[in-house]
Design a protein around this ligand. Structure first.
Ligand SMILES: Cc1cc2nc3c(=O)[nH]c(=O)nc-3n(C[C@H](O)[C@H](O)[C@H](O)COP(=O)(O)OP(=O)(O)OC[C@H]3O[C@@H](n4cnc5c(N)ncnc54)[C@H](O)[C@@H]3O)c2cc1C
Length: 314
């Protein structure tokens, strides 16, 4: 049996959903899963690591990405991990390549499937903006991968049977001094179960109010944007979906006035249900949509918002 180390992110004493998905993916291979946590509150959150047989909490703070990577790699070595997995969040994308390098291995980034045949782990990796799916394994000493969020089922059930401590690293080259997090209760586009995204067809930033209204009518929804919109300065980069933005896979993705360029599709085509609203019946987005509405967004959106409100009021 292999030991798979999973780096687990947590906030306010709870394991983040993306990490529960990584734990779920690792546990589904049938191998032993050991959670690695770091930072303030790690010990409190460790008990929530469903799917993990054990948890290891790294002492000290998260002050330095370089120190965190070394401490995580040390912990993975100590538990005899033959695999290291993290979610492809901003933290995971920063940490995992460093850990892989320290473990003398390559990294399979942003994988959408993980499986095991005996002791051989395999991952599926979309590449060329999602046109090609690569099935990959690792010839390095440790199989290292980041897993795309919103693709794997979250681990549930009992937490780890044991929680132990690992030493932190105190000499580092760079130090994080503060994290400026945005205020407000807006859902992040990569975490929302419903995304209402707008493209250049929305004609201007002021018209995104129509998308905000539809998102509010749905309840748990976030507004996303194409790169054309972000480049024009209509919406912040944090909302951009696509190859150079965020990867999302919500239950419902509503693309409004978005043509469906391959770089946009790369970030949303694994969404469970895709609805496209576009006035051009030939728009490429319709080839990937489960439901398509050919029409002017400015006529369709108010009607759709009213219909969603009416349904939810029932
Ligand atoms: C290296 C690279 C990386 C990239 N990364 C990304 C990325 O991460 N994300 C991303 O989105 N793009 C990315 N792009 C850009 C991408 O190629 C497209 O240019 C971009 O996605 C187009 O955005 P859009 O669909 O909003 O605009 P357009 O392609 O201009 O499409 C606008 C659409 O709106 C429709 N429309 C117009 N008026 C209305 C109306 N009144 N009602 C309904 N529909 C209407 C039109 O029919 C059209 O289909 C990248 C490009 C490159 C080269």
């Amino acid at each position: 049996m292999l030991t798979i180390a999973v780096y687990v992110e947590h906030a306010s004493g709870s394991v983040r959903r993306a990490s529960l998905e990584a734990l779920g993916a690792a546990a589904a291979t049938g191998h032993e899963v050991v959670a690695i946590l770091a930072g303030d509150g790690a010990e409190g959150a460790a008990s929530g690591c469903a799917g993990a047989a054990r948890a290891v909490c790294i002492a000290g703070s998260l002050a330095s990405p370089d120190a965190l990577a070394r401490a995580t790699a040390d912990a993975a070595r100590q538990i005899g991990a033959r695999a290291f997995v993290a979610s492809a969040t901003s933290t995971g994308k920063d940490l995992a390549p460093r850990v892989a390098a320290l473990l003398g291995s390559a990294l399979l980034a942003d994988c959408t499937a993980l499986s095991a045949t005996g002791d051989v782990l395999r991952a599926t990796r979309p590449t060329l903006a999602g046109k090609v799916l690569i099935q990959a394994t690792s010839s390095g000493p440790v199989f290292c991968a980041t897993l795309r969020r919103n693709v794997f089922g979250a681990a549930s059930g009992a937490g780890p049977a044991g929680i132990s401590k690992a030493a932190g690293v105190n000499d580092f080259k760079a130090m994080l001094q503060s994290i400026a997090s945005k205020t407000g209760s807006k859902l992040d586009v990569s975490e929302a179960p419903i995304v209402v995204a707008g493209g250049r067809g929305m004609k201007g930033p002021e018209h995104f109010a129509l998308l905000e209204e539809l998102a509010a009518a749905f309840g748990s929804a976030a507004v996303g944007a194409s790169r054309a919109v972000v480049d024009a300065g209509w919406r912040p980069h944090g909302e951009q979906v696509g190859q150079t933005g965020k990867t999302v896979a919500p239950q419902l993705y509503v693309a409004v006035g978005i043509s469906g360029a391959i770089q946009h599709l790369a970030g949303m085509k694994t969404s469970k249900v895709i609805v496209a609203i576009n006035k051009d019946p030939e728009a490429p987005i319709f080839k990937h949509a489960d439901y398509g509405i050919v029409g002017d967004a400015f006529e369709v959106l108010p009607v759709l918002t009213q219909a969603v409100k009416a349904l939810r009021a029932q």
